[in-house]
Write a protein that binds this ligand. Structure first.
Ligand SMILES: CC(C)(COP(=O)(O)OP(=O)(O)OC[C@H]1O[C@@H](n2cnc3c(N)ncnc32)[C@H](O)[C@@H]1OP(=O)(O)O)[C@@H](O)C(=O)NCCC(=O)NCCS
Length: 196
């Protein structure tokens, strides 16, 4: 997992501008693609629009703005050690969700994931769809497993992880940990490709 991202043999990284249109379970249509550096302002705006609750569940803080350094980190993806997939509402052009993985140091083949869906899009299957897309990218980059660490009170996130095939690790306190083996595609949820 230490090979530079753009030279790794066998990497199937799609073009960064390639967009896939998905239809969620209730018929909502969303465009998903890899995060680009040009998404910085859109990402910052989407984070500002999150409710305090969603921001807290994702960033363990309800502060409305991330620091420049935090934002730099979120957009500084190299598409191998750190990958992110964004979802855009085609009717508004606004970002409505993102999922990312980051390679865990010292654990070959293992990446930690995080996901956020804007409040108005939560509970429609978008998080599940982003997770499935992210798993495909990670598999293409040679990863074998995902780990997720969420607040024990984050019922929706835990339900999404379990539905996608994640298994709980022994954990206590306020955080719960889950792992998914990437050998097989995760449950596709209730998402199907949009008709052409
Ligand atoms: C957690 C989060 C990313 C999930 O995204 P989402 O789009 O809301 O989730 P989904 O709709 O795909 O899946 C979750 C829901 O669908 C259900 N679900 C998902 N796949 C399913 C399946 N195959 N079969 C049945 N139910 C399923 C889950 O049980 C859950 O049910 P609910 O909506 O009734 O609570 C989103 O809610 C969010 O951004 N939350 C705040 C930030 C956060 O907690 N991030 C995670 C920690 S990093």
């Amino acid at each position: 997992m230490t090979t530079p991202p753009h030279t790794r043999p066998g990497s199937k990284r799609p073009s960064q501008v390639q967009t896939r249109r998905l239809t969620l379970r209730d018929g909502r249509v969303v465009d998903v693609r890899l995060l680009e550096r040009g998404d910085r302002e859109g990402l910052a705006a989407a984070i500002r629009r999150l409710s305090d609750q969603t921001r807290y569940l994702r960033f363990a803080s309800a502060k409305p703005r991330l620091t420049k350094r935090e934002l730099d980190f979120l957009v500084d993806v190299d598409h191998h050690h750190h990958e992110a997939i964004v979802a855009v509402d085609p009717t508004t052009g606004r970002g409505v969700g993102a999922a990312r993985y980051i390679q865990l140091p010292g654990e070959p083949g293992m990446a930690e994931i995080a996901a956020t869906v804007t409040d108005d899009w939560q509970g429609h299957g978008l998080g599940t769809a982003l997770l499935a897309q992210l798993a495909g990218r990670a598999r293409d980059e040679g990863y074998s497993a995902f780990r997720a660490s969420v607040l024990a009170s984050n019922q929706r996130s835990i339900a999404m992880l379990l539905a996608a095939g994640f298994a709980p690790l022994p954990s206590g306190g306020t955080l719960r940990e889950y792992e998914l083996t990437l050998a097989q595609p995760p449950a596709a949820g209730r998402v199907r490709p949009a008709p052409p």
